[in-house]
Design a binder for this molecule. Structure first.
Ligand SMILES: *[C@@H]1O[C@H](CO)[C@@H](O)[C@H](O)[C@H]1NC(C)=O
Ligand SMILES: *[C@@H]1O[C@H](CO)[C@@H](O)[C@H](O)[C@H]1NC(C)=O
Ligand SMILES: *[C@@H]1O[C@H](CO)[C@@H](O)[C@H](O)[C@H]1NC(C)=O
Length: 209
C-alpha cells in the first residue's frame, strides 16, 4: 500500500517535472518566424583588425520585413543580441547553437535593452563592450510577445551564420594592461586600508595596556 502511494507520487512528480520542462524550455528557434529585417553598419570589415571593443560603434537597424506575410499583433518588444558566427563556434562547446533557446549559447551578449516593437522599426547605436572576446559576429533581433516569450526574429547574417560577419578586436594589449594595473592597484589600496585599520586597532590596544 505504502509502496503504491510512493510509486504514484513519484510518477506524478515526474509528470510535473516534464510539464515544467516543456513549459520552461520549449521555445525552439526553428519555430520562430523570421519576420524582421536586421542590418548592422559601422562594423569594420575592411580592416583586418576589425571593430574595436570598447571604442567602436555599431549601428543596428531593424524593421518588420514587408515581404513576409505575418500577423504581428502579438509582437511587443525587441531584444538585440550579439551572436557568434559559425566559424567562431567550431570546436567551442561553450558557444554551441541549440534549437532549444533556453540552452542556446550562440547569442551571449546583449546589444541594448528590450526596445518597444514598432512595425516601421527603429535603430540603436551600441559601443562594442570591453568584455567582448575576439570572434566573428552578427546581430540577431528577437521579438517577444506580452508574456516575454520569443515569437519571431531577424538577423544580419544568413541561416548558416556565415555571411556578413564582422570581427571584434579586443581592447589592445596596452589598454588591457592598464586595466589590469588599475585592478591590481585598487586591490592593493583596499588591502592597505585594511592593513592600516588593523594597525590602528592594534596600536590602540597597545597604548591601553
Ligand atoms: C524578407 O523576406 C523575404 C521573404 O522571406 C526574403 O526573401 C528576404 O531576404 C527578406 N529580407 C530581409 C532584408 O531579410
Ligand atoms: C592592425 O593592428 C596592427 C598591430 O596592432 C597595427 O600595426 C595596424 O596598424 C593595424 N591596422 C589597422 C588598419 O588598424
Ligand atoms: C525609437 O526608440 C526610441 C527608444 O525606445 C524612441 O524614443 C523613439 O521614439 C523610437 N523612434 C521611432 C521612429 O519610433
Amino acid at each position: 500500500m505504502d509502496l503504491l502511494v510512493l510509486r504514484v507520487s513519484s510518477l506524478l512528480m515526474l509528470v510535473l517535472l516534464m510539464l515544467f520542462i516543456l513549459a520552461e524550455g520549449a521555445t525552439l528557434f526553428s519555430e520562430l518566424s523570421e519576420s524582421l529585417a536586421v542590418y548592422v553598419t559601422g562594423a569594420d570589415n575592411s580592416s583586418p583588425n576589425g571593430t574595436k571593443a570598447g571604442t567602436d560603434e555599431l549601428f543596428v537597424t531593424w524593421a518588420l520585413n514587408s515581404t513576409v506575410q505575418v500577423d504581428d499583433s502579438a509582437y511587443r518588444s525587441v531584444e538585440l543580441k550579439l551572436c557568434f558566427g559559425a566559424p567562431s563556434q567550431i570546436d567551442r562547446r561553450w558557444r554551441k547553437t541549440n534549437d532549444i533557446l533556453s540552452k542556446d549559447k550562440s547569442c551571449g551578449f546583449d546589444v541594448g535593452s528590450p526596445q518597444p516593437y514598432q512595425r516601421a522599426g527603429n535603430s540603436t547605436v551600441w559601443i562594442v563592450g570591453n568584455d567582448i572576446p575576439f570572434a566573428q559576429y552578427f546581430v540577431r533581433a528577437y521579438v517577444l510577445d506580452s508574456a516575454g516569450e520569443k515569437v519571431a526574429y531577424g538577423q544580419s547574417s544568413n541561416a548558416q551564420r556565415t555571411s556578413n560577419l564582422f570581427i571584434v578586436q579586443p581592447i589592445s594589449g596596452r589598454r588591457a594592461s592598464i586595466d589590469i594595473a588599475a585592478a591590481v592597484f585598487s586591490a592593493f589600496s583596499v588591502l592597505s586600508l585594511f592593513g592600516f585599520l588593523l594597525y590602528e586597532k592594534m596600536s590602540a590596544k597597545g597604548s591601553k595596556a
